[in-house]
Design a protein around this ligand. Structure first.
Ligand code: AVJ
Length: 320
């Protein structure tokens, strides 16, 4: 029996509301419990999942130009703030480059999970002992408001096409909130997965080994554990498709038969018809004009557009 007294009330509220919607919807932000984070690490190493290694290559190739664009030469203190740092593998490329340039800077990883930040800080101290690390446990926009109060230039990293999980209206609101506390000398570096051959995009979210399926289905395991649910995973499937009109991969959990699921923490029984879906993720894909447009809408200017030979992915430097 799960310890429902300590049930995650934010998750409980989200699930209660989401399973009453048509279509039923849960947010992809709840994928990342310990098991989900481990599965995402595996996804990043899959042959079909091109975004991580493409962005890694981009940051390696253009590390000099990217750090120059983020930190116009100056003696002022400089904060490299990263939203959702993960394992920091990609960021280490930029951190090493800045250390080699003998830049006077601190690295500020931001996450709502203190566990994730502790692990990252420990690995950075071991690998880059000269690096100043100042982790902040907070929501992204709260962290930026906090950092804005400190003197010095800021560069905010939002890598990995995490921005793709936002709907167009949420994305607009999020970018405005990010930009609001920044000064004209500050910069943003945002990773965007680009529109490309639809089959290639789809394969990245439906890999042959079934890791992405396990990642999606793990959300139900989480609801079983944290909300006292009784989802029977034998009767659920992972399904995903790329819509080239909207430029988005949508992922679903499909109920393969009519069934009822009880969620103890919600004191609620939910009916699923045969082949009814729960929409669990959007992963938007971008074009250069789309990126310029969303920059303008947020009061930003896209200054540098770094992309790979195949134009799979872009890291874009933006200025307020
Ligand atoms: C972490 C949001 C960038 O959308 O590509 C990977 C998450 N979902 N496979 C993405 C994810 C399924 C990923 N992001």
């Amino acid at each position: 029996m799960p310890h429902l007294a300590t049930a995650n009330t934010e998750l409980a509220r989200h699930v209660a509301a989401g399973l009453q919607k048509t279509p039923k919807t849960l947010s992809s932000k709840y994928f990342y419990d310990d098991a989900g984070s481990e599965l995402f690490q595996q996804i990043m190493g899959l042959p079909e999942y091109y975004p991580t290694r493409t962005e890694f290559g981009l940051l390696t190739t253009y590390r000099g130009a990217i750090t120059a664009a983020l930190r116009p030469v100056s003696d002022e203190p400089f904060y490299l703030i990263e939203l959702g740092a993960g394992d920091g593998l990609k960021t280490k490329i930029l951190l090493r480059e800045l250390l080699e340039q003998r830049a006077n800077f601190s690295y500020v990883p931001v996450d709502i999970s203190s566990g994730a930040l502790d692990g990252l800080a420990a690995s950075l101290h071991a690998e880059l002992p000269n690096l100043r690390v100042e982790p902040v446990v907070a929501e992204y926009t709260a962290a930026l408001t906090l950092m804005a109060a400190r003197p010095g230039r800021k560069a905010v990293l939002f890598l990995g096409s995490n921005i793709g999980n936002f709907s167009p209206s949420d994305r607009r609101e999020f970018l405005r909130a990010l930009t609001q506390p920044l000064s004209p000398d500050d910069r943003l570096l945002i990773g965007f997965d680009l529109q490309k051959a639809p089959r290639l995009i789809r394969a990245a979210y439906d890999d042959a080994q079934g890791v992405t399926a396990a990642f999606n289905l793990n959300l139900l395991t989480r609801l079983n554990r944290e909300l006292g649910g009784n989802f029977d995973l034998a009767h659920w499937q992972h399904y995903t498709d790329y819509d080239p009109i909207a430029g988005v991969v949508r992922s679903f959990l499909v109920s393969t038969r009519a069934q009822q699921v009880h969620l103890e923490a919600l004191d609620q029984t939910v009916d699923f018809a045969a082949w009814e879906i729960i929409h669990t993720e959007n992963s938007y894909k971008f074009t250069q004009p789309l990126i310029s447009q969303l920059a303008t809408e947020a009061g930003l200017e896209a200054q540098n557009f770094f992309t790979d030979e195949q134009a799979y992915f872009a890291d874009v430097v933006l200025a307020p």
